[in-house]
Ligand binder design. Structure first.
Ligand SMILES: NC(=O)c1ccc[n+]([C@@H]2O[C@H](COP(=O)([O-])OP(=O)(O)OC[C@H]3O[C@@H](n4cnc5c(N)ncnc54)[C@H](O)[C@@H]3O)[C@@H](O)[C@H]2O)c1
Length: 259
């Protein structure tokens, strides 16, 4: 029987490339997004998150093999924290019960190397403690100033990476035989980065911030292949890893400070 995967953010960029890759490999994919997918659900709201779970339960018949939480926003607005953190966590936790009958259940989420940039301690704390009302209020404050708006995206991804580290080895995930991991891409050529990479000058400026000595800016398929492996039957022991697929920005920026 082919594996059944659920991919959020499946209408564009990395999610779309992953959906196409898995379908080429003969898997069944249930895509979810705001538009142009099997399941339409808005992950910025509690109602949208529960409608995702209800719709996937219905479409899948109650059994899936893998979850890909890919949907994300990078605007300097509060909704970015809602989608990137609470939307991703609700996807993973809400769909986890549907993995129960799989022979090889797997879950992966897309974080970012942006977690290495400056973040807002208060917002990260509210996100990691699950205080959505507090986090939204704090993000609204950050969104008011051009100098702090960018902290929302970076904070949402740092909190997401920490969530994966804290959850992956617990009874709910590792204890249930589910590898839970994240990827942290560098700059990937998708609609999200189209403006930032539109000209040679813009690309040079971006790569100064996000150094990618190995092969530079990547296409979405590069990340899709890693996501597909992390959620494949072959991956039996990776647990709670944040895999940087970033052309070397993590190695350049953090060096050996984490080892
Ligand atoms: N492109 C990059 O350079 C890069 C780098 C690091 C991390 N990422 C992360 O990769 C993931 C995919 O990004 P991408 O580059 O493919 O961007 P993209 O904009 O091409 O795709 C993101 C998708 O998420 C969907 N989405 C946004 N808000 C949503 C909501 N409220 N409910 C449901 N779906 C929603 C969008 O409709 C879109 O289809 C994101 O989590 C992003 O933060 C991207």
């Amino acid at each position: 029987m082919p594996r059944t995967s659920v991919i959020t953010g499946a209408a564009s960029g990395i999610g779309k490339a992953t959906k196409e890759l898995l379908e080429q490999r003969g898997e069944r994919v249930i895509g979810a997004d705001l538009h142009d997918t099997e399941v339409v659900a808005d992950l910025s709201t509690a109602e949208g998150r529960s409608s995702l779970v209800d719709a996937v339960r219905k479409v899948s018949g109650g059994r899936i093999d893998a979850i890909y939480a890919v949907a994300g926003l990078d605007f300097p607005i509060a909704a970015t924290a809602a989608v990137n953190f609470f939307g991703a966590v609700a996807t993973l936790e809400g769909l986890r019960p549907l993995l129960k009958d799989s022979d090889a259940p797997r879950a992966v989420v897309v974080s970012s190397m942006a977690a290495l940039f400056a973040t807002d301690d208060e917002l990260v704390a509210q996100l990691t403690t699950g205080d959505e009302a507090g986090a939204m209020a704090r993000a609204e404050v950050l969104a008011k100033e051009p100098t702090t708006g960018g902290l929302i995206y970076c904070s949402s991804k740092l909190a997401l990476s920490r969530w994966v580290r804290r959850q992956a080895a617990t009874e709910a995930w590792a204890g249930a035989g589910i590898p839970l991991n994240a990827v942290a891409p560098g700059v990937i050529a998708t609609p999200m980065t189209a403006e930032l990479t539109a000209t040679e000058e813009a690309r040079t400026a971006l790569l100064k911030q996000v150094p990618m000595p190995l092969n530079g800016i990547a296409d979405a398929i590069v990340v899709a292949r890693l996501l597909a492996w992390l959620n494949s039957v072959e991956n039996t022991h990776l647990c709670g890893q944040i895999v940087y697929i970033d052309g070397g920005s993590d190695a350049v920026m953090r060096g050996d400070s984490v080892w």
